[in-house]
Design a protein around this ligand. Sequence first.
Ligand SMILES: [Zn+2]
Length: 67
Amino acid sequence: MAVSPSPTPSAAKAQKTWQVHRADLPLSCPLPEHAVWNEHPRVYLPIVEEGGRSVCPYCGNEYVLVD
Ligand SMILES: [Zn+2]
């Protein structure tokens, strides 16, 4: 299998980047629609305090605040 360098490390993994809105706060992972495939203990991500971007320590999903 070929392993090629990736300029975007997140793209090399299965994790995705999700856009979240302030209306969705407080942000928790997994999101309700993710719960089936993304099971891990629910964790709240302080995305505002982290400057509008958080990465879940359990599954590696990235959340970006877009408004
Ligand atoms: Zn997660």
